[in-house]
Design a protein around this ligand. Sequence first.
Ligand SMILES: [Mn+2]
Length: 485
Amino acid sequence: MNAPEFEQTQFIQQFINLTRSGYNYLPTDQHLLELYHEHLKKLKSNFDQLLLDQGYSGVLIHSGDAPLKFLDDAHYPFKANPHFINWIPLDRHPQAFLWIAPKETPLLFIFQKNTYWYKLPPAPHGRWCSPFEIVHYSDEEEIYKILERKFVNGVYLGECPPSFQKWKFSAYNPESLLKNLNFLRNTKSEYDQACIQIANYFAAAAHQQVAELFKSGRCSELELHYEYLKKLGTREEDTPFDNIIAFNQNASLLHYVDSDTTPPSVHSPLHSLLIDAGAKFHGRNSDITRTYAFNPHSEFAAMISALEKVQQTIISEIKIDTIYPQYHQRAHQLIAQLLIDFKIIQHLNAEEAVAKKITHTFFPHGLGHALGIQVHDVGGKTMKNEDVDPKKASEQKQAEKDHPCLRLINEVQNGHVFTIEPGVYFIDFLLKELRSKEDGAYSAYINWERVEKFKKYGGIRIEDNILIKDNKVHNLTRRAFDAIN
Ligand SMILES: [Mn+2]
């Protein structure tokens, strides 16, 4: 068979085209299948061990359901339980269940019931699901009958409607199990890594398309958003997160998702574009940000290049066994120097500017986050490496205190995937706060005329997805952009 029968996303044809065009680092269909089966093997042994350790007979993982809107008969888009996706890359199968028990073949329950209202998700079959025993059901009672006796010591993972309470599991989403599972998800299998790489190829191609159209100066934010989706060949609800496509001052809003319909004109001239958008493959995500100056000869264009240098410097310095907050701290130093070079910070050196937390006004978010089945992936903070030495542990603690926005404080290790996304923004209310800080004492450290000049551009963020493998740093995003250029 040509395509993985398990795969039901829109991306598969694109994926096949990419592999045919011979990009390096892309697995063939057969290789991806092998990686998937290895991923499952490891997952099964991790789950078996954890369940035994914690005294559970097994776990039922619910894929989830599309909730109904208030006072309505329409549903919100379905978003699958990430713990289900970890096992089974089907993100359009609500009401599916997976039963995992030590030394047993996993049971996959797929909802199949005649209906003339909706198209049922196809029943998985073929090589991709050979490690599972597949049971089709139309009524949840059927699952109960099969597993009834096992539920006594079993545990349930997923969103939990009241109807499942009567199933009498010994625990629902127990914290100790979730904590361990989340921590394990920090280390990506080769299958996860391959999927995130593919998701980077898709997103890079769509990014490139949008960048080209932006240069033409004719499209609105909304039109660019549609072009991005079109290039991915996907529905809006199948992107990893709402696209951020922001012109000018809109780029100073970190999560601006409003997609203005106004086309650029003499009355609303274009200065900048910030695009933060990703793609999904087999439920694994990419998350890429780029910023463009409409005038490539402007000072803002030079600032973009300078921030890109900052980003690449940080990436080049990443080493195994170090803690992530160290790079966040480094970003503040380098951004301080950038702001001094651009004559925005004055009368201070970089170290002093960081010590006075002036960079926090221009770079108010974390340097990055773990990336995987969730865009802001779990495990970055849930459990610290027990072997971490006391010095690193106290650094981590301090970093959590100093940088409450930082989502990742773990040690960098092989198998980790995370983003590196420094930014420089001109955010009105933060600038006002800085100006009045300590009765205006800080105001002298800023050249406000220069700040005014940059406000119309909103801000810059540059974000790449980084994989640590074989003690080396692999930039999955640059690799993707290089391949399509
Ligand atoms: Mn991100």
